[in-house]
Design a protein around this ligand. Sequence first.
Ligand code: NIG
Ligand code: FE
Length: 414
Amino acid sequence: MSVKLFKNARIYTPRMGGAPAAGREQGKVSEFRDGCFLVENGRIAALGTRQEMGNALKGKSADKEFDLEGAAVIPGFVDPHTHACFAATRESEFSMRLAGVSYLDILKAGGGILSSVKKVRAASEDELFRFSRELLSNALRYGTTTIEIKSGYGLDVETELKMLRVIERLGKDTPQSVVATFMGAHAVPEEYKSNPDGYVALLTDEMLPSAARQGVAKFCDVFCEEGVFSVEQSRKILNRARELGFGLKIHADEVNDLGGAALAGELRAVSAEHLLAASDAGITALAEGGTVAVLLPATAYSLKKPFARARVMIERGVPVALATDLNPGSCFCPSMPFVFSLAVMLMNLTPEEALVGATLNAAWAIGAEKEAGSLEPGKRADFAALDGDSPAVLAYASGTRPIRSVWIAGERVD
Ligand code: NIG
Ligand code: FE
């Protein structure tokens, strides 16, 4: 057994309850000044102030001690929404967007997601793995220790399963924990352009059952958006996914208020993502459904759209999580510190609310809450030591990387 003692830390952590932190709970973070924690075989065995820990440590001897030199220590970031499995960037499209062409118009013209589909179909599994591994190692430097990755650049049975195999391999061959989501309903592929309902039938009859048999993906996500999948089509796909045992997620009301948030609440989906255009009724439905709102402010920034109404969501009791959306199109950003600073500076979350959103609520949004998202006995010792006194430094030092070190299961990984 390996026993490690980490000392001289200012520990900031949310505390696990029976549900994602909503309303006032969203802003609750425990602080341990002069804190220390004991890690046994990669898991936190005890944690508290030096004084409190005096007793816990009696009779135990650590094999190794680490002095964190007074740094603020937070749980490793959980990034609960990414598309970090692709084969090439799409910078030329970004220039088109800057020149005024809309994201959905690029998709309609066969670019956007569909251009990534061409590249991913053509890539070998090794190529896809190598490209994506770089994305993950970049995210790791910014403190992301658990990451969700969606398929959705295959849009046929074979390539979707290939992506999920690569995502599984990323989980094994990178330090991070990876949670996979099946997103065959990311766009309607060219071959079904004139028969979108035919593609929905392919999803429900073949793709979802194959993904369920393969067993890698835990969740199913649908891009419910004008010109992509309607509310009716999304409901059909998600109901089938539920029958097959997937947890449900929806890209909801990202560009237009189609009623995706209301659908997420109605289906009691685990999470609804984006929500830039979500209506009041949609927000109420999320609160009623116990659905986590996964907000992606770096995407709003990159699309030059108004941010999601995070304050209204928190006030109405919707648990809010934060994510990067790392993808080649709408947001090529792996940095949770950047997302954190946007959430604090432009969505008016307090640093405490943003921390809960980027750790514990994010873990709930991907079913990782028992392992990650807070520094508490029994959980994996995944944490980041910051270059500052408190998590607020992530916004205070916007645009920098105020991270001294990143640890997974008690091992330094950055
Ligand atoms: O979350 N909206 C759909 N999916 C991604 C973008 C994927 C892409 O453009 O490649 C998003 O914004
Ligand atoms: Fe997305």
